[in-house]
Ligand binder design. Structure first.
Ligand code: SF4
Length: 380
């Protein structure tokens, strides 16, 4: 078989039908995130050298053009251009939206709290792995933008085909979100709703290309510690060739692990700037909950601080701020992405939102002399 045929065969055997695999769910022993099978991409790392982005993989079919169903390319949107300028002038601080709810009032409250923080560059409103405890990306973005937040909306391929994803991209661009975080998403077999049908018509790389074509700023994620580790910098560079302008490194260990990744990324054909994920752990239970997520490797100093002072939320925040300062010193790192999980005492997630806001402010204070002044939310 030729390399192309072998790669197509890897796609055929992948439960998420990825063209640009492997996803970040590969386990340390090369197993697929779906239990009981091997990852079809990770089993032959040499083959991955042949993988490069092809615009043909997102070409609109002639039939769609003929019927008027093709989504036309859109010029760069103003909000996307503004976010691009902020990334270029670095440092950038983004934060998760830790609330998991279908209550619009809670989302709006979280958006108002994070939108009021001039320390924060943008809120990343991702799609959590569970399938139901979340509003649609467009509805969530609508609430957050109205609340004054600069928004990067997460789009996953789990539940939508290409038509649905293009519809979300067009709606989000029209709404004025700053960017998209293109993610393939977890297979339903690994979530609580195992009987939901997986879609995976596209993968994150192809969504990145479509989002760029829709005029949006495009971020993508990468997991440096997932096998094959040597391929991960090249995979992020491949996503940059597809259209990604910013990489967000998932929680992958300590400073030395990130330094290895960014050094290798710098030698690729498309060394896209990166944000390093920083866990904000405000309790022992939030540390344990985050550490239990598959593929997550937490910085030991932050975990130790949270476990040593289980009743002092400030201990985890201070440790996160200190660790973020070290990560920001690495070449190629233009900012940090703050992550928090809801702990046992915080049903709505608003306490986690406030912890993220406090961490963002403290990090920005340590950077003040070399930080460009950000516009107040109402001036954006
Ligand atoms: S680990 Fe990911 S890329 Fe590999 S076969 Fe499974 S779903 Fe596909």
């Amino acid at each position: 078989m030729t390399s192309l045929h072998l790669l197509r065969d890897a796609t055929r055997r992948c439960p998420k039908r990825m063209v640009y695999g492997p996803c970040g769910g590969v386990s340390a022993d090369g197993g697929c995130e779906v239990p009981g099978i091997r990852c079809s991409f990770a089993e032959d790392p040499v083959l991955l050298r042949e993988l490069d982005f092809s615009a043909a993989d997102i070409q609109t079919p002639d039939t769609a053009h003929a019927s008027g169903d093709a989504l036309p390319p859109s010029p760069r949107r103003a909000a996307a251009a503004a976010l691009g300028d902020l990334v270029a002038t670095a440092p950038v601080i983004t934060a998760d939206l830790p609330v998991r709810t279908v209550d619009p009032a809670v989302v709006a409250d979280a958006g108002a709290r994070l939108g009021a923080m001039t320390a924060l560059t943008a809120v990343i409103a991702g799609e959590p792995p569970g399938l139901r405890e979340s509003l649609s990306p467009t509805h969530k973005a609508l609430l957050l933008v109205a609340a004054g937040a600069r928004v990067i909306s997460g789009i996953t391929c789990r539940d939508r085909n290409r038509v649905a994803i293009e519809g979300e991209l067009a709606a989000l661009a029209d709404l004025g979100v700053s960017g998209i975080l293109a993610v393939t998403g977890d297979h339903p077999a690994t979530t609580a709703l195992r009987d939901a049908d997986p879609v995976f018509d596209l993968d994150s790389t192809r969504v990145a290309a479509l989002a760029r074509r829709a005029g949006l700023f495009v971020a993508v994620a990468e997991q440096p510690s997932a096998p094959p580790v040597d391929y991960r910098p090249k995979r992020l560079a491949l996503k940059a060739r597809a259209g990604a302008e910013l990489g967000i490194l998932n929680l992958c260990g300590d400073i030395a692990d990130i330094a290895r990744f960014t050094s290798a990324l710098a030698t690729t054909a498309a060394p896209v700037p990166v944000l390093v994920s920083v866990p904000v752990l405000t309790s022992a239970s939030s540390a344990r909950r985050l550490a239990s997520l598959p593929g997550v490797n937490l910085p030991p100093s932050i975990v130790a601080a949270a476990l040593a002072a289980p009743t002092d939320p400030g201990a985890g925040i201070r440790a996160a701020v200190d660790w973020a300062g070290r990560a920001l010193g690495l070449p190629g790192v233009v900012g940090v992405h703050l992550s928090a999980v809801v702990d046992d005492e915080d049903a709505s997630g608003i306490a986690a939102v406030d912890a993220l806001a406090a961490a963002a402010t403290a990090i920005r204070d340590t950077l003040r002399p070399r930080t460009a002044v950000l516009a107040a939310p109402e001036e954006r």
